[in-house]
Design a protein around this ligand. Structure first.
Ligand code: EPU
Length: 303
């Protein structure tokens, strides 16, 4: 593999456990941080021409990499993608900036619409790609323009955004580089107050101090994944060092040194018990990525 010449960090053989909130994942061949759109374009074109796998990683807060890591290049957007700029109620933001910084700035400046998302540990690009949501607010409902780079089609601006539940509807080879949001003017003190209430609710119902990737499964129609798993008595259930949270049954905790295989086996077990007992097929919210960059389900099947 030959990495092209571009500005930014290039590290070889890096354990992915360093970059995920589950603290799990074997070594990636390369971990790189392009600093600008130009760097990113040079990199993607070169990897495409060499037929090398790549994966765009945000905060690693919704992902499980394999114990064997990743045979290819993990791309993390560098400082040139971290801008957040307000012009009245329109926000122009880089995909690499933190969602939590954006929710705080919006509250400080007196703009409402995303305060319910405070506390979600993702980047702005990650929030858009997965249509992050909480407390009846969703990120893409406020996005009016998404800019990105498509491996096959080059730079693209999307204004016809079609969000789903925890899905942005973007192709897998699309890298979100920046976006525009439209927020609603409001009272800064009131927005801060609401934001603090949401954060408190989150703290009291979710195991935020433990290593996890947030909710493991999407909520099925007319039901809650956490409630179903809880009703089957799974809270505290363990497979090795992987454990169903005692606080919220849709969170899987790495209680210290868990492997990806332990987590996957636990997720698969819970899913099949819910299917057998309740007749509900839970769909994964977290991404499980194998060493070749395929998105897989807990049985190892490529999705
Ligand atoms: N519940 C249980 N047992 C549990 C967990 C929940 O009985 O172990 C019950 C609760 O008592 C409540 C209901 O299930 O009556 C819903 O629980 P909660 O309010 O915690 O919300 P949720 O549906 O489990 C969703 C999102 C969260 C988001 C919260 C708040 C999904 C899969 N999860 O959780 O998102 O923070 O609402 O809006 O949509 C995430 O996406 O990673 C995530 C954590």
């Amino acid at each position: 593999m030959h990495l092209p010449d571009f500005q930014g960090l290039k590290l070889s053989s890096v354990p992915l456990s360093q970059f995920t909130t589950w603290h799990i994942g074997g070594p990636a061949d390369w971990f790189v941080e392009p600093q600008s759109l130009r760097d990113l374009e040079i990199l993607i074109n070169s990897l495409r021409d060499q037929n090398i796998s790549w994966f765009l990683l945000g905060n690693g807060s919704n992902i499980l990499f394999s114990d064997s890591g990743f045979r290819g290049v993990i791309i993390h957007l560098g400082d040139g993608f971290h801008n957040i700029q307000f012009t009245d109620s329109i926000v122009i933001a880089g995909a690499g900036a933190q969602l939590n910084l954006l929710t705080k700035l919006a509250a400080d400046k007196g703009f409402t619409g995303i305060e319910g998302l405070a506390g979600i540990p993702g980047t702005i690009g990650g929030a858009a790609f997965t249509n992050a949501g909480a407390y009846d607010q969703s990120f893409l409902s406020r996005c009016i323009e998404i800019q990105g780079l498509c491996e096959k089609k080059g730079f693209k601006t999307i204004t016809d955004i079609r969000p789903g539940y925890r899905s942005g509807g973007f192709p897998d080879d699309f890298i979100i580089t920046g976006l525009h949001l439209s927020l609603t003017p409001g009272d800064s003190d009131r927005i801060h107050q609401l934001m603090n209430q949401y954060l408190e609710r989150r703290r009291s119902t979710q195991p935020l101090s433990k290593a996890s990737a947030g909710c493991t499964f999407k909520n099925p129609d007319n039901s809650g994944a956490g409630r179903l798993i809880d009703e089957l008595g799974f809270k505290g259930f363990k497979n090795g060092r992987a454990m169903i949270s005692e606080k919220h049954a849709n969170f899987v905790i790495n209680s210290g040194g868990a492997s990806a295989s332990e987590i996957i086996k636990l997720i698969g077990h819970v899913r099949s018990k819910v299917s057998e007992t309740c007749g509900v097929e839970l769909e994964l919210e977290v991404l499980i990525i194998d060493e070749n960059g395929n998105r897989i389900d807990p049985e190892g099947t490529i999705r």
